[in-house]
Write a protein that binds this ligand. Sequence first.
Ligand SMILES: Cc1cc2nc3c(=O)[nH]c(=O)nc-3n(C[C@H](O)[C@H](O)[C@H](O)COP(=O)(O)OP(=O)(O)OC[C@H]3O[C@@H](n4cnc5c(N)ncnc54)[C@H](O)[C@@H]3O)c2cc1C
Ligand SMILES: *[C@@H]1O[C@H](CO)[C@@H](O)[C@H](O)[C@H]1NC(C)=O
Ligand SMILES: *[C@@H]1O[C@H](CO)[C@@H](O)[C@H](O)[C@H]1NC(C)=O
Ligand SMILES: CC(=O)N[C@H]1CO[C@H](CO)[C@@H](O)[C@@H]1O
Length: 428
Amino acid sequence: MHVVIAGAGLGGLSCAIACRKCDPPLKVTILERSPEFQPIGAGIQLPPNATRIMEQYGLLETLKDVGAVVMQNHTLRRYSTGEVIVNKPLGARAKQIYGAEWMVIHRADYQRVLLQHAQNLGAEIQTGAEVEKVCLILKDGQRVYGDAVIGADGLWSVTREHVLGRPSPPVETGDLAYRGTFTRSQLRQLNDEKVNKLLDDSNIQVWLGPEKHVVFYPVRNGTEFNLVLIRPDNLPSNVRTFHGNLEEMKDDFEGWDPTLRTLISCLSSALKWKLCHHSELETWVKDSVALLGDASHPTLPYQAQGAAMAVEDGAVIGFLLGRLQGNPVLWSEESGKDAITTTLKLYEKLRKQRTTVNVLGAVQARVFYHLPDGSEQLERDRLLSELPESRWESRSKWNWGDAEYQQALLGFDTLADAAEHSHKLFEG
Ligand SMILES: Cc1cc2nc3c(=O)[nH]c(=O)nc-3n(C[C@H](O)[C@H](O)[C@H](O)COP(=O)(O)OP(=O)(O)OC[C@H]3O[C@@H](n4cnc5c(N)ncnc54)[C@H](O)[C@@H]3O)c2cc1C
Ligand SMILES: *[C@@H]1O[C@H](CO)[C@@H](O)[C@H](O)[C@H]1NC(C)=O
Ligand SMILES: *[C@@H]1O[C@H](CO)[C@@H](O)[C@H](O)[C@H]1NC(C)=O
Ligand SMILES: CC(=O)N[C@H]1CO[C@H](CO)[C@@H](O)[C@@H]1O
């Protein structure tokens, strides 16, 4: 079976690895628009169920070798003082409860590791190959054939248009993100005791304020740090990314924790990203074409699940297509088309409900993160500060603090789920 994947982002590469890991492996061709892989992006989080997939790919140690850092706590702070509202322990607890650690990494390092692994396993990658129409014809006129085509071409997917039969651009959320990084030595030079403390903790630090929040964590084994500032969108609607204006950023966060303001002053550049998402698409699959990742369910990044969901999607597709290829009754090159559609429809069914919960959860997280000062905010901070540091087994009005919600989000075994639900299809 030949699988053609449009897009060598995190989701597309995960899909390629899963397809090559099947026994026997599927033939995989990845078409990537960019002429070369550039170290684009900043920090990205790998919550437990993404690290779990990486463990199944045998890549956990490799990721650590290129600088992934295990997070010990998720710390929420009050924007104006930096005072800790609550500290949710991750570290050994994440491993114990969700079966895997919570890590952070630079996106470029993550992509490089997945790319290398996909290539080592025999996936073929064509760069400078921009998919224009799904049949598949490349911009330079070349035609590519595949038994299955996976649209892993991200937020502004063209395969999405093919699947839906009409344009369906992502929807502006009203928020934007500034993203920048600095080196440890840059921050050390500040000689600021509070900044040094932040550098020494392996924590995801979040400052919560009205309409805005800020996230800070290490990448590249703590030699660099990632800062994300979220605020109401003020980019024109046709602009997706733009150079951040450092003066504007300082003004935006006037009155916030002086330590945070010190960090912002230390940035030498930042990119401004419009944050888009999509309410549930009516379908992800048309004939032998399926969407994954940001092409099918772009989300606000407030639960750190965008890349995790993409990686999980890819793993499930590879698993299911591998099962199909291994079933001589269902699959033959001449008669397999319908079976591919049925298999991809099963993928859609398995993944759609879960990713919808995440997209909506991220919208709820926005409300939670951005409460204006006042009684509701005081109530939030009080409820959070009462959560028991070590146990975290209780319910909460807010998903972030709700043990049951977090278990459903992070403790879900998507591959076991796929194995269970594909049994009927493949074993009859
Ligand atoms: C450059 C970049 C930087 C990012 N940085 C961060 C970050 O720092 N932190 C964070 O949390 N999230 C970041 N994200 C978003 C996060 O990576 C996504 O939520 C997640 O990776 C979804 O994965 P995906 O594979 O669906 O899409 P993406 O990772 O967006 O990958 C899509 C891929 O498809 C390629 N492509 C697009 N159109 C075509 C076409 N027509 N033909 C062929 N190829 C095409 C793109 O070049 C890209 O390689 C970034 C995304 C991108 C593209
Ligand atoms: C990461 O940094 C620590 C020190 O902070 C060091 O002991 C370790 O060897 C480093 N790991 C890698 C893979 O470079
Ligand atoms: C981080 O979490 C660990 C346990 O996971 C705890 O012992 C430690 O005190 C926490 N540190 C900080 C700085 O929050
Ligand atoms: C897909 C995946 O790896 N899921 C894991 C999520 O976490 C649970 C533990 O709660 C594991 O059992 C799953 O394997």
